[in-house]
Design a protein around this ligand. Structure first.
Ligand code: PPS
Length: 389
């Protein structure tokens, strides 16, 4: 029989203070420890959050950026619940729907467009961080124009911590549409909340692109880098010439009949520059205020100014400023003081900023006359005088 202790309790009722207890810190110390732990968690979260962007932004990686943008970009909508648009009964036609006729002069160029300035191979760091965030369809697309300065714009924009972009040009809406939106989304880098996904091929002249992009999301923001159509045509020709030195001269390709001065508008180098005509197709699917027109000339003379407009349009903080650029005399173009994810200066590759061949002044003059009415219409439509005339 157990002896009862005072107060009528059994021996099992021994007060807690008499039982062996683990040493417990006094309450204020415990609170401090909990606070310290919470702070550690917050710090760790913030570190991983920012590192997921900036660490993964090292050159040669697919991903870039970290989140500091306040507005949350709307998620892109797919046409079908599984994110796949209706299958096409045929394989999407390669490249643009422009009448070609001078295929020889076109073919070589498209190969080059596919080689990105920035390779996409992921490193161990990006592999580690690629687990964070989700792949989103792009909320903004640089839709053109070819040879307008699209690569320069994307390279500059990638410096922004809230922009992530596909390094290679996916050419989904022109060449690979039959692969479906799920395939397209899979090419996208992972993004965290508040970051926007971008891509850049030259969809501006693709007839089907406006409807297809609108079917993906009506909210997609469209950026068009435009450049004097005459210089653009010469630039386009220069690119082809670099691949196929045996093509006819620019002068002979320009005319259907040189003696009558009739311009060959079926040559894509000429046709791409009729911006007003292409813009009409886009305006059937998108309001003009969902499109931003960047001057290819100003992108060279004042890159920070143009980047300011682009950041505003995308709802991004103005982070990219004059401080990010310097003029490289050897290159003859503005370059980045620091490429994204690196401390080294960065200029675009040698395929950007080529020396153009000398073109007959009369031919240039005839082309200027040809483009003038289209340019004026384009200025009216966009409410912006680009000063090409
Ligand atoms: N900062 C900087 N560095 C180098 N090049 C620059 C830059 N900014 C604009 N540009 C102009 O970009 C022209 C090429 O345009 P794209 O990138 O749109 O060409 S492509 O369609 O992707 O092939 C390219 O055309 P070319 O000069 O005819 O080579 C350049 O004039």
């Amino acid at each position: 029989m157990g002896q009862r202790l005072s107060g009528g309790r059994s021996c099992l009722d021994v007060p807690g203070r008499f039982l062996p207890q683990p040493p417990t810190p006094p309450p204020p110390v415990r609170r401090k420890l909990a606070l310290l732990f919470a702070m550690l968690c917050v710090w760790l979260y913030m570190f991983l959050y920012s590192c997921a962007g900036s660490c993964a932004a090292a050159p040669g990686l697919l991903l870039l950026g970290s989140g500091s943008r306040t507005a949350h970009a709307p998620p892109a909508l797919a046409t079908a619940p599984n994110g796949t648009p209706p299958r096409l009964p045929f394989r999407a036609q390669p490249a643009t729907a422009l009448a070609v006729g001078k295929e020889m002069a076109e073919g070589a160029a498209s190969l080059e467009e596919q080689s990105p300035e920035t390779p996409d191979s992921p490193s161990s760091i990006s592999s580690f961080f690629s687990g964070s965030g989700t792949k989103q369809l792009p909320q903004a697309i640089i839709i053109g124009v070819k040879k307008g300065g699209t690569r320069a714009l994307l390279e500059f924009l990638r410096v922004h911590p809230d922009v992530r972009a596909v390094g290679a040009e996916p050419h989904f809406f022109d060449r690979s549409y039959d692969k479906g939106l799920a395939w397209y989304r899979d090419l996208m880098p992972r993004t965290l909340e508040g970051q926007i996904t971008m891509e850049t091929p030259s969809y501006f002249v693709t007839r089907e692109a406006p409807a297809r992009i609108s079917a993906m999301s009506k909210d997609t923001k469209l950026i068009v880098v435009v450049r004097d159509p005459v210089t653009r045509a010469i630039s386009d020709y220069t690119q082809t010439l670099s691949k196929r030195p045996d093509i006819p001269t620019f002068e002979s390709l320009t005319f259907k009949n040189r003696s009558t001065g009739l311009i060959d508008t079926s040559w894509s180098a000429i046709q791409i520059g009729i911006y007003a005509k292409h813009l009409e197709h886009w305006l059937r699917h998108f309001p003009i205020d969902q499109m931003l027109f960047v001057s290819g000339e100003r992108l060279i003379s004042d890159p920070a100014g143009e980047l300011g407009r682009v950041q505003d349009f995308l709802g991004l903080k103005r982070i990219i400023t004059d401080k990010h650029f310097y003029f490289n005399k050897t290159k003859g173009f503005p370059c980045l003081k620091k490429a994204e994810g690196s401390s080294k200066p960065h200029c675009l590759g040698k395929t950007k900023g080529r020396t153009h061949p000398e073109i007959d002044r009369e031919v240039v003059q005839r082309l200027r006359e040809f483009y003038r009415p289209f340019n004026l219409k384009f200025y009216q439509m966009t409410g912006h005088d680009f000063g090409w005339d």
